[in-house]
Design a protein around this ligand. Structure first.
Ligand SMILES: Nc1ncnc2c1ncn2[C@@H]1O[C@H](COP(=O)(O)OP(=O)(O)OP(=O)(O)O)[C@@H](O)[C@H]1O
Ligand SMILES: [Mg+2]
Length: 323
């Protein structure tokens, strides 16, 4: 079942140009000039129920702009968006009940109150019956391991605990589609991992559809099968995560530990030497040459160890954006 359908979606921001100096300030007030910034340049994709999709791209690529159009916070300049059959920008009540948006850099919980108070407000807004609320609260708090933190003012919580409470508040109305913009922003590794684990469990348990952006490759690798890469407002890749690596970096890394001296000259015929540590060499070899290279080395040299690995995904991405 298709949950999100986007075709030819564009967003152009009009930004006032402000010159320097007195007369320019006067002009700014009376006859403003504008320039157009095309943040999203016509993207199309579909997302099915239950998918977990990673939305990747460098700063300013258009990720947040796209997310905002998907939840109806801003109006597209042109193109079509349907989420659960709704046009998000109408902000239909039934639509809002079925989705949620979490922005890592924005806070929904009220700073001076304990999370439980904000949760009760949400329960009232979404008209969740008391018994349903209690049950859902218990379940989510347990999954997030945040039960003991719900009764302390938000300002006293650690960043990780706060993010967990944010997620709890964003999910209390049992939404089917989750839009998460940098949900692990600024968190330490252990908090990142527990948020990831929670999202995976949430997806499996409730069949929720999740779209998330992140600067941390680890989030995407751990959670998503599918990745969409946006660059300067254009979708430059949409497919399986491993395919992204294959497509842009048809290389493997060979780690070889030699018993004797490292035969640098010979190795350079096979590929690029990228690291040397003691008797171990990291050699970057084209995929189709891996077997021949391994055989070549084994036939000629005494070795202690040999491993073949994929290049790390963040290297792959850096390469994508360079091109
Ligand atoms: N409200 C706005 N008014 C004018 N321009 C904007 C506005 N919001 C974003 N932009 C511009 O649109 C482009 C896309 O921004 P967007 O926030 O969507 O990028 P992003 O991929 O989320 O980046 P980041 O990884 O830094 O969060 C950028 O050039 C940005 O400067
Ligand atoms: Mg953003």
């Amino acid at each position: 079942m298709v949950v999100i359908e986007v075709s030819n979606l564009r967003k152009v921001y009009r930004v006032p140009i402000r010159g320097e100096g007195f007369w320019e300030s006067i002009r700014y007030v009376f006859s403003r000039r504008y320039k157009d910034v095309e943040a999203v340049k016509g993207i199309s994709f579909r997302i099915n129920k239950g998918e977990v999709v990673g939305f990747l791209g460098p700063n300013g690529a258009g990720k947040t702009t796209t997310m905002k159009m998907l939840v109806g916070l801003i109006k597209p300049t042109s193109g079509k968006v349907r989420v659960l059959g709704y046009d998000p920008f109408t902000r239909h009540r039934d639509f809002l009940r079925r989705i949620t948006l979490v922005m890592g850099q924005k806070q929904q919980l009220i700073w001076d109150l304990p999370p439980i108070d904000s949760l009760r407000i949400n329960a009232a807004v979404y008209e969740i019956p008391e018994d349903v609320f209690k049950e859902r609260l218990k379940l989510l708090a347990e999954m997030l391991d945040v039960e003991r933190r719900l009764y302390q003012p938000v300002r006293k919580l650690s960043l990780g605990e706060r993010m967990k409470a944010e997620l709890l508040a964003a999910l209390i109305h049992n939404p089917e589609v989750l839009f998460l913009d940098e949900p692990t922003l600024g968190l330490d590794v252990s908090a990142q991992i527990s948020i990831r684990n929670f999202l995976r469990e949430y997806n499996e348990r409730f069949g929720a559809t999740i779209i998330l952006t992140s600067h941390y490759m680890g989030d995407i690798e751990a959670l998503c099968d599918r990745a969409m890469v946006i660059h300067r407002g254009r979708l430059i890749f949409d497919g399986e995560l491993y395919e992204l690596a294959e497509r842009v970096m048809p290389f493997k890394a060979l780690y070889v530990e030699f018993k004797g001296e490292i035969p640098f000259e010979d190795l350079q015929k096979l590929g690029e030497i990228s690291e040397v540590e003691g008797k171990e060499v990291k050699l970057i070899v084209r995929k189709e040459k891996v077997f021949d290279s391994v055989r070549y080395i084994m036939d000629r040299y005494e070795i202690d160890d040999l491993t073949v690995t994929d290049p790390p995904l963040d290297e792959v991405l850096a390469k994508v954006f360079e091109q």
